[in-house]
Design a binder for this molecule. Structure first.
Ligand code: ATP
Length: 595
């Protein structure tokens, strides 16, 4: 019960901070509407007596009063509904915003690989969309219900003090309803991974990127049967839970029905013995029906609040997992100019949930101003090393220092704005071409000259020249006026982004040119290297190139060869060839392919 009450308090606080004026007006309308129903019952009782005693003028007055109360009851709710619906949308928009913030506002990305996180965020996202209006409706109805219950109880007790047991008879259905909701909620959480699997299949089936493979591999019916399998699991689980919940709810309602019949018989008997009037009988029948209605509403509202409590509990769990807001972690500023560069000291790393080290005892010095190439077979740990340098993960042991300071002691937001990275799995921002590149340096998002220079440096200006509205052309398929680019063109736009920041201290290119041919990649990296050297002279920046193409990597000042989860060799191209080790043999192998 405590969690439900806490959820109601949180919801009320959310409404208050969102728009207190709307909250107060909606509340007043709701009060009028809530009071209208029991007062109507009272007036109906008097009206019945006036009719039976044939008091025409009283009948007329009471009839008008009943009409007025009915109008208030109907319209008050209607207007209040408009207000609290809007208030709900505003309030839950802020929670949606928090969800985006929690997913992407943290320094690290480890939570994205946590299965429980994925399950909970799936449920949370679905629930936030659903409860945005439902919870608000529940909040208002619970206020109206509370007023209604007080009025109804007072009228019942006034008619016959024994009838006090009727409002108490709502407890069994309410408590059993609560238990029923618990059963459904735990089932929903148990089914979350099936829901996610089904959603993944739908995404695959709808997605443009998978459309080609699905056709060639003939995977349509396999997807259909796997989707059906997931849904069968979900519906079987939910059906059983719903069945158990229904049994509990019906049991609660039956208990109340017994009390209802007993209450009615009590007044009928009193009327037969002339201890109560016909009006009293009508009043009690109407009130008992209202108590029944209130109990049903109470169970529904409680169910809604319980779902809200579950949702808010998921939100709290995710907040705790994702951790503190990065800005509050540290106040040490990231260096704007490097003197020594980066040093990795005994760095080992394994991903969460695995004991197998992806990197082991890595000791490296990436000197300020150097261009560093990283090579190694698939899965050697190149991208992982890049992610550690970006601070998306912390080393399991060891430290990474920049100019003698552990990078994890730096303000992470500053660190992220001091580096520039082209990722292997880059994003396709479906914005205008100019902004797709401009987001590489947000303060200069719409700086046309800066964008053009960045595109020049990545040899991507010709792509924009061919677009119907140049930099103003919207890219991508999500919009009807969007222009789609080829894989290589998207990559060049992503590379342009990495060229936007003026003075990064670390430039990383993690195979962002895989869609380009070897010659194009070489030319591009050469140009990139020239720009990088200019940046390096100004800021002592380190440039890291990750590539499987040795023709590209050989231009680096320092080449690091990763093998067997650690650094197998490092040195210049000439030194590594002379050493005749792993690098030399891989280099020869690739060179032979081009002969
Ligand atoms: N998020 C993750 N969770 C668990 N294991 C991971 C994760 N990312 C990578 N790995 C594992 O870590 C190892 C190194 O992966 P990494 O992506 O760093 O290799 P790589 O050298 O960049 O490979 P490639 O050349 O294929 O891009 C692999 O065995 C991979 O399965």
């Amino acid at each position: 019960m405590r969690d439900t009450l806490q959820a109601i308090r949180e919801l009320a606080r959310l409404c208050w901070t969102t728009d207190r004026r709307k909250l107060v007006v909606a509340l007043l309308l709701m009060l009028a509407e809530a009071a209208a129903a029991p007062v109507t019952a009272l007036v109906l009782g008097s009206l019945t007596e006036a009719v039976s005693e044939a008091h025409a003028s009283e009948v007329l007055q009471l009839g008008l009063l009943v009409s007025l109360l009915v109008i208030v009851g109907l319209t008050g709710n209607h207007f209040a509904h408009v207000l609290y619906f809007e208030l709900g949308a505003q309030a839950f928009l802020s929670l949606d915003r928090e969800l985006i913030d929690l997913s992407n506002g943290s320094a690290g990305i480890a939570h994205h690989e946590n299965a429980e996180y994925s399950d909970r965020i799936t449920v949370l996202h679905q629930e936030l969309n659903r409860i945005s209006s439902n919870s608000m409706v529940a909040l208002w109805h619970s206020i109206s219900l509370a007023i209604g219950v007080v009025c109804t109880t007072a009228l019942l007790v006034d008619t016959n003090p024994w009838l006090l047991f009727l409002p108490f008879a709502v407890f069994p259905p309410v408590l059993l309803g609560r238990q029923a909701e618990r059963i459904i909620s735990s089932c929903r959480h148990r089914m979350a991974h099936h829901t996610r699997a089904a959603q993944h299949i739908i995404d695959l089936a709808r997605g443009v990127s998978s459309a080609k493979e699905l056709r060639v591999l003939g995977l349509r019916s396999m997807l259909q049967s796997r989707h059906a399998e997931s849904w069968r699991e979900i519906t079987r689980g939910l059906w059983l839970a719903e069945l158990r919940a229904t049994v509990l709810r019906v049991a609660g309602q039956l208990i109340f029905a017994v009390a209802y019949i007993a209450g009615t018989l009590l007044v009928v008997r009193a009327a037969v013995q002339d201890e109560a009037s016909v009006g009293d009988v009508v009043l009690v029948i109407v009130l008992a029906a209202q108590v029944n209605q209130q109990a049903t509403t109470g169970v529904t509202l409680l169910r809604e609040f319980q779902r809200l409590a579950e949702t808010l509990a998921d939100l709290r769990w995710i907040r705790a997992l994702v951790g503190q807001r990065p800005s509050s972690c540290s106040t040490i500023e990231a260096p704007s100019r490097l003197i020594d560069g980066f040093r990795l000291r005994d760095v080992s790393f394994h991903y969460e949930g695995s004991d197998v080290p992806v990197l082991r005892d890595v000791n490296l010095h990436l000197p300020a101003g150097a261009m560093v190439g990283i090579v190694g077979e698939n899965g050697a740990g190149k991208s992982t090393l890049v992610k550690l340098l970006c601070r998306f993960y912390a080393p399991s042991t060891g430290v990474i220092e920049v100019d003698g300071t552990d990078i994890h002691r730096l303000d992470v937001l500053e660190w992220h704005s001091a580096i520039s990275v082209g990722f292997q799995d880059f994003s396709r921002f479906e914005l205008t071409a100019g902004r797709t590149v401009g987001v590489g340096d947000l303060p200069r998002l719409d700086d046309r000259r800066a964008v053009e220079e960045a595109l020049d440096r990545t040899r991507a200006s010709d792509i924009v020249d061919q677009l119907p509205d140049g930099l103003g052309t919207r890219l991508g398929r999500s919009f009807s006026d969007g222009t789609e680019l080829s894989g290589g063109q998207w990559q060049k736009m992503a590379l342009g982004r990495t060229m936007m920041r003026r003075h990064p201290v670390l430039l990383i290119l993690d195979e962002p040119t895989s869609a380009l041919d070897a010659q194009a990649e070489y030319q591009l990296f050469r140009q990139y290297a020239e720009s990088a050297r200019t940046v390096a002279e100004r800021a002592g920046a380190v440039t890291v190139l990750v590539s499987h193409r040795f023709s590209t990597v050989r231009m680096a000042d320092l080449i690091i060869v990763l093998s067997g989860n650690t650094v197998a060799e490092s040195g210049t191209h000439a030194a590594l060839i002379a050493a005749d080790g792993v690098y030399a043999s891989l280099y020869r192998l690739q060179a032979d392919q081009y002969d």
